[in-house]
Design a binder for this molecule. Structure first.
Ligand code: ADP
Ligand code: MG
Length: 328
């Protein structure tokens, strides 16, 4: 059965950044308060994610690596109310079928306890041995695509791959201010972000991830109406060197790319006469699941609102008002 994982791996595992995304989502789901991401050679040689979350018990370790084993839902009916980021139970199986994967974990406070399991490629059965580890989990993925040369060939330069990883890291760090984060590449620490959910801490993180200029030329807003809340930062036109790709939109904590959302933002910008400027923003839409139905695709960054018109109008009018006031 592990051979089928190698085929399925293509869907989830495209490049180091997709591995980082899956491993970090697992760390978030485990309730971690601190997540460290470490890479070597853009992730082609090593991707390691350490967390201080709930950990995985001895008996569950081999299960965690098998396909369709998830601890996150009991039945398909549970899919309706799923709150966790991953629930398909195939990320670890897929990644382990195309890499040398080591999983270490400990569910106890005792740092001398813990277990380790190693898998290399699709044919190996996982073997569990004792290994000390602080409470939480470390997943090390070495030599990604070592056994699928065709896919390995598709990896770009170290710089390009790391760029994608950094972007995935940025999105995830922006999605959870209450978690502390570290990003390291080739033994160099690039980001060390302390947790904090107040405005000062959030803006400190924004500056670290997006640069001082972004924050200096951004307007903070926080508006709510009819079961919807929009908060975050929008760039003002005084930011002349705004990078067009600094556009982050989260719906109930998940990063989303959506035409309706993009349209509402662009429209508000244009109406307030920010002509010729690329909107830049980090915005969080919080939607009361009872009031507005929101359906976020698990891997793609897609969202479907049952009442798209309502969401569009709320976004447009909120931004229009905030930007208009800032201009006046
Ligand atoms: P999914 O996240 O869809 O359940 P994965 O293949 O990503 O599937 O993970 C399989 C299972 O392994 C998870 O359901 C979870 O029980 C366990 N697991 C994976 N990573 C972690 C982690 N960092 N901390 C705790 N448990 C984890
Ligand atoms: Mg997962």
């Amino acid at each position: 059965p592990r051979l089928t994982n190698q085929i399925a791996a293509g869907e989830v595992v495209e490049r180091p950044a997709s591995v980082v995304k899956e491993l970090v989502e697992n760390a978030i789901d485990a309730g971690s308060t601190r997540i460290e991401v470490e890479l070597e050679a853009g992730g082609a040689r090593l991707i390691r994610v350490r967390d201080d979350g709930s950990g995985i018990g001895e008996a569950d370790l081999p299960l965690a690596l098998s396909r369709h084993a998830t601890s996150k839902i009991g039945s398909l009916d549970d899919l309706e109310g799923v709150a966790s980021l991953g629930f398909r139970g195939e990320a670890l199986a897929s990644v382990s079928s195309v890499s040398r994967l080591e999983l270490m974990s400990n569910i106890e406070e005792d740092p001398t306890a813990g277990w380790r399991v190693v898998v290399e490629g699709p044919r190996m059965e996982p073997r569990v041995t004792p290994a000390p580890h602080p409470r939480g989990t470390s997943v090390s993925v070495r030599d990604l695509f070592f056994n699928t040369p065709a896919r390995r060939k598709f990896l770009r330069t170290e710089k390009t791959e790391f760029g994608h990883v950094e972007e995935a890291f940025r999105r995830q760090a922006l999605s959870r201010f209450d978690i502390g984060w570290v990003l390291r590449h080739n033994q160099k620490t690039l980001h060390q972000l302390r947790p904090g959910d107040d405005l000062i801490a959030r803006e400190r993180r924004l500056q670290a991830l997006l640069g001082r200029a972004f924050l200096e030329h951004a307007l903070h807003l926080d508006l709510a109406s009819g079961g919807l809340r929009l908060w975050g930062w929008v760039g003002l036109p005084t930011h002349s060197r705004a990078q067009a790709d600094q556009q982050y939109f989260f719906v109930n904590g998940r990063v989303v790319r959506d035409r309706l959302v993009a349209h509402a933002i662009r429209q508000a910008y244009r109406d307030v006469l920010f002509h010729g400027r690329h909107p830049v923003f980090v915005l969080y839409l919080e939607v009361d699941p009872g009031a507005v139905d929101v359906n976020v695709h698990p891997t793609k960054h897609e969202v479907r609102f049952r009442d798209g018109r309502l969401v569009h109008d709320f976004l447009f009018s909120s931004l229009h008002r905030a930007l208009g006031e800032a201009r006046a």
